[in-house]
Design a protein around this ligand. Structure first.
Ligand code: AHR
Length: 624
C-alpha cells in the first residue's frame, strides 16, 4: 500500500464529521435538557399529565388546575393545592420515566408560588422509586402574590427512578406553577442547563458541526405543528409548548406524553455548538409539513413569513446588538455573534413543490446574505442513484450543499463505499445528513447497534473521506435514545436517567472525527487487493414510494441461471427485501407498503457481473 504524500488531493472540510440532533427518543426533553420535571408549567393538553395527587394518610383537600390570574398569561395553567387539615396534601411528578438523583449532589428546585389562604408551608421531597424520602426542604412565609422561590436539595443516596413531591402542610391553599428541578451540576454549571454527561459524550466526538433541531420535527405532521425557532427563545416560561412529532400511541413504545418544552431552544443550540467548537447548522421549515403525514403546503404567494424567519434567524445569530434580533440574543446573555454560516431549507422534502419553495428562499437569502451557504433537501433516503430524482434539478439550480439521508442495511453501506466516486466535484457538495446501518430494517424495533452495522458505516465513511471534494459534512442519526423512552433505533448514544454509553457506531464516528486529516492523499494498492469481507457484491432491487409487484425474477451469471425466484417460497440464498412489507404469494412478490425502501441482495465475495431480469408493474404511488 503506497500513500502518495507528494500528490495532495482535495481538502477535507473541517465540518466533515458532525452531529445530527433531534428531540426524538427523549433526546431533548427527558434527555439533553436536564429538567427533571415533566409538564412543569401544567401546559400539556392534559394539565395533570406527569403529575398525580398525593395525600398523607389523613390528608383532606383538593388539587385543581386553574387559569385565572396566572403569573404569566403566556403560561396560563397552574395548580391550586388546598389542604384542609394540618397534614400534607399535594402533588407528585413522575419525571421522564422517573428522575435520576445522585446521592450527595445538589438539586435546585425552583417554582412560582402564591399563598391564597391560611398560613401553610410548602414541603418539597425527593423520593426514590419506593417512595422513601431522600431529601426534603420547606418554604415558609409564602407570598400573597406570585413569586419565584428556590430550594436546594441533596439526596442522601442515588435513585434512578425517583420522583418529586410538592406538598402543602399546616392547612391552607397555595398556587404553584413552573415547578422545575435541575441538577446543579449541569454542563458548564449553567442554571437550567444541559445534562453534563450527555454533552461530554458530544464533546468527545469533536464534531465539526451541529445540525439542529431535526429531523421530522422541523416539518411537523401539520404546518401548525412545525418547529418555529422564534417560539423557542427568551424566558423559558414564555416558550410555547408544542406536541412532539414523535408523540406516538404506538403499541410497542407508547410515548403519548412527548411534548417540546423548548427549554432547549435555538439560543441553547447555538450556545452548545459554540461550546463544542462546531459550526451551527439550523434547519428551517420550508413551507411544507411532513410529506409522510399531511404534506400540507404553504402557497408560494404566502411563503414570505417563512423566508422572513430565515432572515431574522441570521440577524439573531450574527446581527449587531442594536438590531432587533441581535438585541434579543444579547438580552439572553450573548452579545457576541454566533457566526452562523449555514442554513438548511427543509428537512426531507421532495417533488416540484420543494424545488419551488427552495428557489423562493434561495432568491432572497442569496441576495441579502451571500455569506450564508444554503443546504437543500433531497427527499428521504435517496440511497440508490436511481431514486436521486432531485439531484439533477438541484445541479441545474446550482444548489450549494445537498442534504442526503440514508437508512439501509449494512450490505448497502459496504457496497456503496464508492457512491461518491461518481459525483462531479464541480457540482453541488453533499451533506450526508442522516445515516445509520439498520441491522433488521428501517424503523424496526429489532434494530441493534451491532458491530456489523458499525463496520459497514466505517467502510462507507472511507468513501466519503476519499471524496472530500464532494462530501463536506456527514452525520449519523439519530443521536440519542433513552432506554425507556425511544421511538426509533438504532441510535448513536443510549442513556437512562443516570448513565450514558456510546455504541460501536459512536466509536466509529469518534475515530473518524478525532483523526480527521486535512487533505486526501491518493493510495495505491498492489498485490491481491480483494477484500472479501467488505466486497459482498449485491444486486439492489429497490423501490421508493411506489408499491410494485414482481414476477419472473431471474438472476444470471453469464448464461447460467443462478436464481429463479419462486415468490411463493423463499428461494435459498435470498435475503428477502429488508423493508419487511412484502408479501410473496401465487408466484408474485407484492410490496404492500408504498413508502418502504427495499433491497434484496444476492452475490458472493467475487466481483462478478450478474444480470437481473424482472417483470414489474406499479400498483400504487408515483415516485421511484
Ligand atoms: O432520524 C430519524 C428521522 O429519520 C428523522 O427525523 C428524519 O429526518 C428521518 O426520516
Amino acid at each position: 500500500l503506497t500513500v502518495q504524500v507528494d500528490q495532495p488531493g482535495a481538502r477535507v472540510a473541517p465540518t466533515m464529521w458532525g452531529i445530527f440532533f433531534e428531540d426524538i427518543n427523549l433526546g431533548a426533553d427527558g434527555g439533553l435538557y436536564a429538567e427533571l420535571v415533566k409538564n412543569r408549567g401544567f401546559e400539556f393538553p392534559d394539565p395533570m399529565m406527569g403529575w398525580f395527587m398525593l395525600r398523607t394518610s389523613h390528608g383532606r383537600g383538593e388539587v385543581s388546575i386553574r387559569t385565572e390570574d396566572p403569573f404569566d398569561p403566556a403560561n396560563p395553567h397552574y395548580a391550586r393545592i388546598e389542604s384542609r387539615a394540618p397534614v400534607a396534601m399535594g402533588l407528585s411528578n413522575e419525571g421522564f420515566r422517573g428522575m435520576g438523583f445522585r446521592g450527595g449532589e445538589e438539586y435546585v428546585l425552583e417554582l412560582r408560588v402564591r399563598r391564597v389562604g391560611g398560613n401553610p408551608r410548602l414541603l418539597a421531597e425527593l423520593v426514590n422509586d419506593e417512595g422513601e424520602t431522600l431529601a426534603e426542604g420547606r418554604l415558609t412565609d409564602l407570598p400573597r402574590t406570585w413569586e419565584k422561590r428556590t430550594l436546594r436539595l441533596t439526596p442522601r443516596e442515588t435513585a434512578s427512578r425517583g420522583r418529586l413531591n410538592v406538598l402543602v402542610e399546616g392547612g391552607g391553599t397555595v398556587d404553584v406553577d413552573m415547578v422545575s428541578l435541575f441538577p446543579r451540576n449541569t454542563w458548564k454549571q449553567r442554571p437550567g442547563g444541559l445534562r453534563a454527561d450527555l454533552v461530554q459524550m458530544l464533546a468527545e466526538l469533536k464534531p465539526g458541526f451541529l445540525r439542529f433541531p431535526g429531523g421530522c420535527i422541523v416539518e411537523g405532521s401539520e404546518l401548525d405543528k412545525r418547529y418555529q425557532w422564534k417560539t423557542t427563545i427568551g424566558p423559558v416560561e414564555q416558550r410555547r409548548l408544542l406536541i412532539n412529532r414523535w408523540n406516538y400511541e404506538f403499541k410497542h413504545r407508547p410515548t403519548p406524553d412527548y411534548y417540546q418544552s423548548f427549554g432547549l431552544g435555538f439560543f441553547e443550540y447555538f450556545q452548545l455548538a459554540e461550546d463544542l467548537g462546531a459550526e451551527p447548522l439550523p434547519i428551517l421549515n420550508c413551507g411544507m409539513a411532513c410529506q409522510f403525514n399531511s404534506g400540507e403546503l404553504v402557497p408560494l404567494d404566502q411563503l414570505e413569513p417563512y423566508v422572513q424567519d430565515a432572515l431574522d434567524l441570521i440577524e439573531f445569530a450574527n446581527g449587531p446588538v442594536d438590531s432587533p434580533w441581535g438585541a434579543r440574543r444579547a438580552a439572553m446573555g450573548h452579545p457576541e455573534p454566533f457566526h452562523l454560516k449555514y442554513i438548511g431549507i427543509g428537512n426531507e422534502q421532495w417533488g416540484p413543490q420543494y424545488l419551488e419553495r427552495y428557489a423562493a428562499f434561495a432568491r432572497v437569502l442569496k441576495e441579502r446574505h451571500p455569506e450564508i451557504t444554503l443546504v437543500s433537501s433531497s427527499g428521504p433516503s435517496p440511497h440508490d442513484d436511481r431514486f436521486d430524482f432531485l439531484w439533477p434539478r438541484l445541479v441545474e439550480m446550482k444548489a450549494e450543499i445537498v442534504d442526503q439521508h440514508c437508512y439501509a442495511n449494512p450490505i448497502w453501506f459496504f457496497t456503496s463505499a464508492d457512491r461518491f466516486d461518481r459525483y462531479d466535484p464541480a457540482g453541488p457538495k453533499v451533506f450526508f445528513g442522516e445515516y445509520a446501518a439498520q441491522s433488521d430494517r428501517i424503523v424496526s424495533v429489532h434494530n441493534r447497534n451491532n458491530w456489523e452495522c458499525a463496520l459497514s458505516e466505517a467502510a462507507f465513511m472511507t468513501g466519503m473521506e476519499r471524496n472530500a471534494a464532494v462530501v463536506v459534512m456527514a452525520a449519523y442519526a439519530p443521536l440519542f435514545g433513552h432506554v425507556d423512552g425511544w421511538q426509533w433505533r438504532p441510535n448513536l448514544i443510549w442513556f437512562d436517567n443516570l448513565r450514558v454509553f456510546g455504541t460501536p457506531n459512536y466509536y466509529v464516528q469518534q475515530m473518524f472525527s478525532r483523526n480527521r486529516g486535512d487533505r486526501v492523499l491518493p493510495v495505491r494498492l498492489s498485490g491481491d487487493t480483494a477484500a472479501p469481507a467488505l466486497a459482498r457484491g449485491g444486486i439492489g432491487l429497490g423501490t421508493y414510494r411506489t408499491a410494485a409487484e414482481f414476477k419472473d425474477l431471474v438472476v444470471r451469471r453469464g448464461d447460467e441461471v443462478l436464481y429463479r425466484a419462486d415468490f411463493s417460497r423463499r428461494p435459498e440464498g435470498w435475503r428477502w427485501p429488508d423493508s419487511g412489507s412484502w408479501e410473496a404469494a401465487d408466484g408474485v412478490l407484492r410490496q404492500t407498503n408504498p413508502r418502504a425502501i427495499s433491497t434484496a441482495f444476492v452475490g458472493g465475495p467475487d466481483w462478478t457481473e450478474y444480470t437481473l431480469e424482472v417483470k414489474a408493474r406499479k400498483i400504487a404511488g408515483d415516485e421511484g
